[in-house]
Ligand binder design. Structure first.
Ligand code: FE2
Ligand code: FE2
Length: 187
């Protein structure tokens, strides 16, 4: 990740004056990146597998950078009031597959990042390429590129087709992510 332009609350205020829905978008991004950091902490708490731990540590560092970037855009009062819930949900989303096996971890990350890629894409499409909105767009593109890389890496490591239980779990994770975004946009 090579972030082009630092964004702050002032710049976000300019952009949200044009499109008020953007505040909810960035609040949901902040909630999501908070959850992402906690997913990898959960994975690291649950797995001793060297490959899983190496994967989780590298991704954790990226998610911490994403979190710092989106956090810098929001005033403390603009963050989701449900952050404690996103932290707990994120941690269990990483911990539960980690105590099962590496494949479950990689399938979970693939499901999460598939969702996150689309989530960022929906936001990026709304933003013009120039001015302050263009700066935000460039930052979100950088984050999205990292998430796509995470998804593809997880997908390659997951290997063969998933069984029924794992498919039910990853479906639940994707559905939970959708609900979390809807909630974090508002609260
Ligand atoms: Fe991220
Ligand atoms: Fe990610």
């Amino acid at each position: 990740m090579n972030l082009p332009i630092p964004l702050g609350p002032d710049l976000l205020a300019q952009i949200t004056a044009i499109d008020p829905t953007l505040l909810g978008d960035i609040r949901s991004d902040h909630a999501g990146e908070t959850g992402a950091v906690m997913i990898y902490r959960g994975v690291l708490s649950g797995s001793r597998d060297p490959l899983v731990r190496e994967f989780a540590l590298a991704h954790l560092a990226t998610e911490q950078r994403h979190l710092a970037v989106v956090e810098a855009m929001l005033l403390p009062g603009q963050r989701s009031v449900l952050l404690p819930l996103w932290r707990i949900a994120g941690w269990f989303t990483g911990f539960l597959p980690a105590i099962v096996n590496p494949r479950a971890v990689f399938a979970t990350i693939e499901a999460v990042e598939t969702f996150v890629n689309q989530h960022y894409e929906d936001q990026i499409r709304k933003l013009p390429a120039t001015g302050s909105a263009g700066s935000l767009r460039a930052v979100l593109r950088e984050c999205q590129a990292d998430e796509v890389h995470h998804r593809d890496e997880a997908s390659a490591l997951r290997g063969a087709k998933c069984g029924l239980v794992l498919r039910l779990w990853t479906g639940l994770v994707a559905h939970g992510s959708r609900i979390a975004v809807v909630a974090a946009r508002r609260l």
